[in-house]
Design a binder for this molecule. Structure first.
Ligand code: MF3
Ligand code: CO
Length: 248
C-alpha cells in the first residue's frame, strides 16, 4: 500500500531532509585523508541531534551507527570504524534522520583528496542517473519510468546498476511501498501520483552488478572488487512534478 502525503506532511519531510543537506555540507569539509569513518559518524550524530532530530539508521534492524560509510568497492551499509580514509579513496555516505515523526534519507559519494578519472566518471554518472530518474517522477508516469531512466544513463556510461538493493517509499517509516528499482522497463509499474514520497538511490558499479555481503552481516561489496558509487535523494511528487527534499 502506497501512503500519499499531504502538502503539510511533505513540508515536514522537507525539513527532515534539509538537515541531511546541511550535514553533507558540514561533512564535506571533514572528508580529508586521515579522518576515520567513525569520526565522521560521531560528527553526524551530534549534528542531527543538535537539529532536533534523531539518527534514523542507528538501531534499525540492529544497525550500529548513524552513517553508512562505504569505501571504494564497498557498495552500501559500510559500518563506520577506525579505518582512516586515504587520498584517492571514494566514500559513499548514506544517512537518515527522524524529525517530527517523519524520516529523511539521502546519500552521496565523496572523493577523498584527488581521485582517479575513472572514479570521477563513476560518481558523475551515478549522480546524473539519479537526476534523470527524478525527472521522470511526475503524475501520470509509471514507477519504472524512473528505473529505466536510471539504468539507461548508467549503462550508456559503461557501468552497471546493482540489482539486490532498491530505493523505496519513505514517510512515517524509513521503508514504505513501493520498491524503486534502478533497472526496469519504461511504461511499467504503478502509476505515479501527487503525494507520493520516494527515496531514489542508484548504486552503480564499475564492473559487475553483482555484490557480496561481508562477514559483519552488513557491508555489501562488489563481487569483482571494482569501485561503486551511491547517490540518493528523497523526493515528493507534486502536480508540478518532482520536488527534491534533500537539498539546502
Ligand atoms: N538508504 C538505506 C536504505 O534505504 C540505508 C539503510 S541503512 C540501515 O535502506 F542500516 F538502516 F539499514
Ligand atoms: Co534509502
Amino acid at each position: 500500500m502506497i501512503v500519499l502525503k499531504s502538502p503539510r506532511e511533505i513540508a515536514t519531510m522537507r525539513e527532515a531532509n534539509r538537515i541531511l543537506a546541511l550535514l553533507f555540507e558540514h561533512l564535506q569539509g571533514l572528508i580529508q585523508p586521515g579522518v576515520t569513518t567513525a569520526e565522521l559518524d560521531q560528527e553526524a550524530e551530534l549534528f542531527i541531534r543538535s537539529h532536533n532530530a534523531v539518527p534514523a539508521f542507528k538501531g534499525y534492524r540492529g544497525y550500529p551507527a548513524t552513517l553508512c560509510t562505504s569505501v571504494n568497492e564497498e557498495v552500501i551499509h559500510g559500518i563506520p570504524s577506525k579505518r582512516k580514509l586515504r587520498k584517492g579513496d571514494i566514500v559513499s555516505i548514506d544517512v537518515g534522520a527522524v524529525y517530527e515523526g517523519f524520516y529523511s534519507d539521502s546519500a552521496r559519494t565523496f572523493p577523498v583528496g584527488e581521485v582517479s578519472d575513472d572514479a570521477l566518471r563513476l560518481m558523475e554518472a551515478t549522480e546524473r542517473a539519479l537526476m534523470e530518474g527524478i525527472e521522470r517522477a511526475r503524475p501520470g508516469n509509471r514507477l519504472h519510468d524512473i528505473s529505466a531512466a536510471i539504468q539507461d544513463v548508467v549503462e550508456r556510461a559503461g557501468f552497471s546498476v546493482v540489482r539486490e538493493f532498491v530505493g523505496h517509499g519513505i514517510g512515517r517509516s524509513l521503508h514504505e511501498d513501493p520498491q524503486v528499482p534502478n533497472f526496469g522497463r519504461k511504461g511499467s509499474g504503478p502509476l505515479l501520483q501527487e503525494g507520493m514520497t520516494l527515496a531514489i538511490e542508484p548504486m552503480v558499479n564499475q564492473g559487475t552488478w553483482k555484490v557480496e555481503i561481508l562477514d559483519d552481516g552488513w557491508t555489501a561489496v562488489t563481487a569483482d572488487g571494482s569501485l561503486s558509487a551511491h547517490f540518493e535523494h528523497s523526493i515528493a511528487i507534486t502536480s508540478n512534478g518532482p520536488v527534491i527534499l534533500s537539498v539546502l
